[in-house]
Design a protein around this ligand. Structure first.
Ligand SMILES: Cc1cc2nc3c(=O)[nH]c(=O)nc-3n(C[C@H](O)[C@H](O)[C@H](O)COP(=O)(O)OP(=O)(O)OC[C@H]3O[C@@H](n4cnc5c(N)ncnc54)[C@H](O)[C@@H]3O)c2cc1C
Ligand SMILES: *[C@@H]1O[C@H](CO)[C@@H](O)[C@H](O)[C@H]1NC(C)=O
Ligand SMILES: *[C@@H]1O[C@H](CO)[C@@H](O)[C@H](O)[C@H]1NC(C)=O
Ligand SMILES: *[C@@H]1O[C@H](CO)[C@@H](O)[C@H](O)[C@H]1NC(C)=O
Length: 595
């Protein structure tokens, strides 16, 4: 088809002038007997002409590129929507093969996703260069935005042409929210400015230290700069070193090692600079656009505006103590699970003492790495954990442990938190167990965690848990963020994963999604009736996601979305106001149900 060559030929056809930009109607389609109106895609008449793309590239000062997935170097050709291009490159293929699970490598690619399931995995690195590499569920074009004007131009172009728009920062998202089939992607990762100040004179009562960070700044990089201040300071980020702080993290809530002390990242945001769906530059804080300010603090990523920068509170550094616990040297499942039960039984004591813990749980493997006690000596931490260790000893549960005191939380963070591998194909769900649920039903919660790890006889060990002990209301914090009020009674926020074999059919994928929703997450919900879900680390396809993600905050979030993005310029699955939108035709077209 001639159309597929149009981009490649574009340079030869400089004579056309772009038609005046007007907003074309959505494209009507029918799928499974239902009428929809869809975004504009490459095989639709409304798709911008070559010259329109060329002009757009000029508007963004040459920063538009055609997306080729990172595994393409291993294939003779990439069969993309704009045509076939030769891609094989032995050195680049070797690099892709060895780096595919390296988070930093993937983050630096224009549009790659760390968790590959939602890319449809159609171009993984391979030794078989004759295989086919296609775009899968990636976007077609990427704006490597360097300035706010580039971001505005991208939003305007997507809105005016009804294109699916994806905002991509690090590509870290567990649930594929920074990729979308056939989309225009705006990559925000170049926004790396970081500016500290010891005082804040913006609106509100707060006058302490602050840092203003660009949209692309990642956790460890920020903490490293914070540590280099005189005196050193800390910021509420996620535990993960490579997650973006001002992108999905703060817009979904954002929990980390400082959450017991200072709440969520969202609770510590003082001001946002952003661009709206209309292409307007706005500041959102306690004085200006306070409704947008509130919604950007946990109301859902990529749903209300594109964030350019955020100002966060900073706090003084403190000595900190950490400890690691492994229960993984027994082959006896009963002994192992008795150990997990014992660990979890003390989870309320851990959060009541203001501690944080990160843990991984799988088949005969519990890895708590680490328990974190900010501002406490190692003796104080040991005293808090002593009853748990005494009980493990009394029950003859084999474990190993080590720990120590650090001069700063930063030193602890660098030594005891581990990088996580990218490149896996998995579904993600999750549930928060409240203080009350742990107190009343610890044994039931442990049974639910067993179900998550082995949801069915044929899926034994295919699930996993990433747990987090924190209480975002520990310091009697009054939240002014849009996150679920139940985050203030949390004890264990547990992510559930389920491996999905690469190359699974649509039916197999649907079946595993059903296992996630109706077996794994359902078991956790039943065991923790006072809990909630976290939009960044949860199942977007669960029923009642509005209530599980936001509870009583939802109605106002919905109104706020209708005000700031009434026409759905932005779309992120399971965010406020997306009820009528659906990705149809096997994970491809984004459409709104016709009225
Ligand atoms: C290994 C791992 C560890 C994690 N650890 C934690 C943790 O400790 N605490 C925690 O709270 N969460 C954690 N998360 C979840 C994390 O908060 C989300 O994955 C988050 O969405 C990542 O945001 P990002 O901007 O880095 O990623 P991206 O994948 O680039 O973007 C994620 C979402 O944010 C939107 N977005 C990104 N930038 C912008 C912007 N500038 N403006 C508007 N929308 C934007 C995207 O459109 C997308 O919807 C973890 C995730 C992973 C994979
Ligand atoms: C955009 O322009 C730059 C600079 O001229 C060029 O290198 C790039 O290939 C162009 N992108 C597209 C998609 O044509
Ligand atoms: C997605 O992957 C499936 C195989 O798992 C394939 O049948 C389908 O064509 C792919 N779709 C796209 C758009 O890549
Ligand atoms: C237990 O896990 C730790 C950390 O993951 C590892 O270093 C150790 O070797 C494991 N022990 C056994 C017996 O597998």
């Amino acid at each position: 088809m001639a159309r597929s060559w149009k981009f490649l030929c574009a340079g030869l056809l400089p004579l056309f002038v772009a038609a005046a930009a007007s907003s074309p109607a959505l494209v009507p389609r029918t799928w499974n007997g239902v009428a929809y109106d869809c975004k504009c895609y490459i095989d639709d008449e409304c798709w911008p002409s070559d010259s329109a793309w060329t002009d757009f590239n000029s508007t963004v000062e040459g920063n538009l590129l055609v997306h080729i997935p990172p595994g393409a170097a291993c294939y003779n050709t990439f069969d993309g929507p704009l045509g076939r291009v030769a891609t094989y490159n032995a050195a680049a293929c070797a690099d892709a093969t060895s780096s595919f699970s390296n988070e930093a490598w993937t983050v630096d690619k224009p549009a790659a996703e760390l968790w590959t399931y939602f890319t449809n995995d159609t171009c993984r690195p391979t030794a078989v260069s004759t295989g086919t590499c296609t775009l899968g569920y990636y976007g077609i074009y990427v704006v490597m935005a360097k300035t706010a004007d580039h971001v505005k131009a991208g939003i305007d172009f997507a809105r005016e042409n009804n294109l699916r728009l994806i905002i991509r920062n690090t590509g870290h998202d567990f649930i594929g929210r920074s990729t979308g089939w056939g989309a225009l992607v705006i990559n925000m990762h170049s926004f790396q400015d970081v500016a500290f100040s010891t005082t804040y004179d913006g609106p509100g009562d707060y006058t302490g230290g602050v840092v203003t960070i660009g949209a692309g700044v990642q956790g460890r990089a920020l903490l490293t700069e914070a540590h280099a201040q005189e005196p050193p300071v800390v910021v509420v980020t996620g535990e993960c070193p490579t997650v973006g702080v001002a992108g999905g993290l703060v817009q979904g809530g954002g929990h980390g090692p400082l959450t017991p002390l200072y709440g969520l990242a969202a609770d510590n945001a003082l001001s946002f600079d952003a661009i709206t769906a209309d292409g307007e530059f706005v500041t959102a804080n306690a004085d200006e656009n306070p409704d947008l300010f509130w919604a950007l603090k946990g109301g859902g990523p990529g749903a209300f505006a594109v964030v350019l920068s955020v100002t966060f509170k900073t706090f003084p550094e403190q000595k900190s103590s950490g400890a690691v616990l492994n229960i993984n040297s027994t082959r006896d499942a009963d002994v192992f699970w008795e150990g997990v039960k014992t660990f979890h039984k003390y989870a309320n004591d851990v959060v009541d003492a203001g501690l944080y813990a990160y843990f991984e749980l799988g088949l005969l493997r519990l890895h708590v790495a680490p328990f974190v006690a900010v501002g406490k000596t190692f003796e104080e931490l040991s005293a808090i954990l002593k009853p748990m260790f005494d009980e493990l000893d009394a029950k003859n549960i084999p474990y190993d442990t080590y720990g120590r005191e650090f001069d700063t939380l930063y030193d602890l963070y660098i030594s005891l938190f581990e990088d996580e591998p990218a490149g896996g194909s998995a579904l993600t769900g999750g549930w928060m167990f409240s203080h009350q649920d742990v107190e009343e039903n610890n044994d039931g919660i442990i049974e639910a965690l067993k179900t998550v790890i082995s949801p069915r006889a044929d899926l034994a060990g295919q699930g996993g848990i990433i747990g987090h002990l924190w209480d975002a209301g520990h310091s009697v914090l009054v939240s002014n963020s849009a996150t679920h009020p139940r985050f203030r009674q949390s004890t264990n926020f547990a992510i559930a994963t389920l491996n999905v074999p690469v190359g699974s059919s649509w039916e197999q994928k649907a079946e595993l999604q059903d296992v996630l929703t109706n077996i794994q997450d359902a078991a956790m919900k039943a065991a923790g009736p006072n809990g909630c879900a976290y939009v960044n680390e949860g199942d977007p396809y669960q029923p009642d996601w509005q209530d599980h993600f936001w509870g009583s905050e939802y109605p106002v979030l919905l109104e706020t979305r209708k005000k700031w993005d009434p026409n759905g310029v932005f779309y992120t699955v399971a965010t406020p106001g997306t009820e009528d939108w659906e990705v149809i035709e096997y994970g491809t077209r984004l459409c709104r149900k016709s009225e």
